[in-house]
Design a protein around this ligand. Sequence first.
Ligand code: GAP
Length: 535
Amino acid sequence: MPAVTMDQLVSLCKRRGFIFPGSDIYGGLQGTYDFGPLGVELKNNLKAAWWRANVYERDDMEGLDAAILMNRLTWKYSGHEETFTDPLVDCRNCRARWRADHIKDTCPSCGSKDLTEPRPFNMMFKTQVGPVADDTSYAYLRPETAQGIFVNFANVLATTARKLPFGIAQIGKAFRNEINPRNFIFRVREFEQMEIEFFVMPGTEDAWHQRWLDDRLAWWRSVGLSGDNLHVYTVPKADLAHYSKATYDLMYRFPIGFEELEGIASRSDYDLGSHSKEQGSLGLSAKVGRNDDSTAKLTYYDLESKRHLVPFVIEPSAGVDRGVLALLTEAYDEQQIKPVTPERAQAVAEALAAFVKSVSRSEKLPAEQRDAMLDRAELIGNNLAASMAQIPALLDMPGAASIELGKKLRGQAEPALDESYRTVLHLKPSLAPIKVAVFPLKRNAPEIVATARQIRKTLQAEGNMRTVYDDTGAIGKLYRRQDEIGTPYCITVDFDTIGQGKDATLAGTVTVRDRDTMAQERVPIAELQAYVRGV
Ligand code: GAP
């Protein structure tokens, strides 16, 4: 079953240490999130997979890591100072601010129709550079990584002697002062991008645009997104960004519906032309603003035609955070693995009914939070057996902590969930934050513990895979914890392993459990690395 709601993902991410709200102990900072111990691994694995496929496995790509702070003239000539805006409206009644294209004609906060006319709001964050604050000592935090690539085009060309077509790839932070950051890590103010600027001979851009679309779709499938959940949206001409000749948006079926995961734009010679001096001599096809500040002509010498030309650009630009969200959405699964006893089911149903009553009577809760919780509780209650695993997410919803009876509901639900359900992330093993977890059957049996610790150390060092040791619970509970974070293999060391079990032939072997099938197999310790290899 795919993730039904964003709340389930938010709850799992917080509970298990993937993603936390930014600056949480000070009440948060809207539009920022911190990646925890598992989130950072997942994100790093996604970025490494992208880098491997796009830089190492191709013959036509170089990498780059440009500075986040750039000379402000970059943003003048890129067009961002003038056009990187969203239409903003104010509600005159409650003073909330909204993106005009995200609301109809009613304030979502208070329902008032008394809204100002839309006006452009520039989304770049401004910051001061150096100790003296004057009109010229400011810079912007980059709103995209792309411009760092364009301004380094001549440097990369000169130092690598590349011939067209070739690309420059970069992964890095970008910042946008979004009017309404929302939907967890889907729309945030600080995020990461994985961008490629691919430089091609003018006239070949349409074929390259199509090739990049196909390549990028294939790559997203290769990291685990299903074709059914991906679709291509051709951006209508009227909606194209100022630099774009044509753009495909790769859309993913997030819990909020199909939304953009990556844009693949055909940017003509706009960017290199905009950042060049003496543009009149370059024969540009794009309409660019006059540049009196650049010291370079960003051209390429074509040996065949013996002339300098400005390459055209195809730009596949993906969001790392949206990529992580898509992977989690795709991988999330809740399974009932055993029937719940009728007595337990009855106790949970009663606790849920009492919780609902308490929520609907609560005077502390804002109406929005109360209604959201009641809607969710109703959905769960309508099919309790299939939806019981959603109770922790219900109890993590905003405002739920203030309902005293939530504790009782959690207390009733937890044993049922432990016995009969599991949440599992079917992440591709190469992306899973942890590849192998090793458990001792008994944590007070020194030989078992020593063997388990040694296996962990060996797999980590020689197999170069993130491996953890855990002895903090019963084996069933440990399995479920690892299922929930997507660990492909769990290894259990028991008395048979150390030659003290009933079956002497099992000495030197361990139990390996597969996350997806839950099948268990006995494997010799010496063969473990080969068994779990490739994760
Ligand atoms: N250089 C082109 C560019 O930046 P974009 O469509 O504005 O194009 C590219 O951004 C990708 O960056 C998007 O497809 C999305 O995945 C990600 N992205 C953009 N704004 C974002 C935000 N506020 N929060 C999270 N990801 C964002």
